[in-house]
Design a protein around this ligand. Sequence first.
Ligand SMILES: C[S@@+](CC[C@H](N)C(=O)[O-])C[C@H]1O[C@@H](n2cnc3c(N)ncnc32)[C@H](O)[C@@H]1O
Length: 357
Amino acid sequence: MNSTTLHPRFRTENRATEPVQRFGRPADIFEALFQSIQGGESHARPTLELTPDSPFLSFLEIGYALRACLERPDRQDYLLQRLRPHLSVMIGTLPASILPLGMLPKLAALPGFRELEDISDDEVHAWLIQEGGLIYGEMQRFELENYFDAVKPFLPPGGVMVDLGSGLGKVVMTAALTLPFTRCVGIELMTYRHRLAQERLVSLLTLNRLGLESLPQPLLADAPLLLPSGAQTTGRHLLELGSRIAFIESDMFKVDVRGASLVFLYSTCFGPLMDAISNKLARELPEGALVTTTTYPIQHPAFRLLETHGPGTLSWTSVMIYQRIGPQMTVPASEERYLHQPDADAWEARVREEWAT
Ligand SMILES: C[S@@+](CC[C@H](N)C(=O)[O-])C[C@H]1O[C@@H](n2cnc3c(N)ncnc32)[C@H](O)[C@@H]1O
């Protein structure tokens, strides 16, 4: 199958829910667990820590230099001049991090931080790519239900699910509850998001234990268990939930995903990274593994498109399902494949209009 698929069964909104009052059967536990992992998109975003040993030190330095130009009217023309060549990798009119509610702290710059004049175009370019990739968003509960319905027919039972850029862990925990994966792993670059994912996992497991202890009949490891997704498994699914979920704080490019059977990418803000990600996955994934992306397609010969779900069907944005085909391979990255080329004059007019108002 290689088609744009219409699934009339897809949900279009979250169903109304009531807090779970009583754990009469495993379905009540599932409902309480799903409810507990919603709402991460509205978490308070702390600013980055400004310390000489921060892994984000270079990100902070360049962000400070750009913001310093934004904050001084006599330097704003220079800021536009420096951003103008990089619009293809910039998300939004100006990078969110340098705006007042962005993730750069308000503290004074560290000694040795350079001014924008001393920072090269290549550094600004790389900074903008990283900045875009750090934007946070989550799919809603009904979108993830649609998502797992869509991938389920292509997945053998068991297997390892990996979320590259796992944020607060919603997709990883949803995967572990929804389908009988052997293991679900999230890889997240930002320390505070990784910590929040771990905290949410502890709460999930505490609630699961409470639910299991409250059931009128104990759930037995080998007892058949029908998941809310319709998949059939055994009591181990809930009894061993903790051992099936892991979060790793790391750069996705430093973690090998060789054992994955499904790689989830909420790639809507990863446009300029798609070449590097596709090459990595082509090198590491075994034949048959699935990869799904949002918004951006994978344009690499090692992947066959199985399904495309247009915006407004499975999710608000498009979702593509791919399968790794053929032997392991490396194809040189092309920097051009995923980039858009906005009209620079129109962009500058928009920025100046925002400044004027
Ligand atoms: C749009 S959020 C999606 C979060 C989660 N996958 C979800 O769908 O709920 C993308 C996440 O990718 C993370 N990220 C960006 N670049 C990364 C990298 N190089 N390695 C690991 N995580 C990264 C961001 O910090 C952010 O939390």
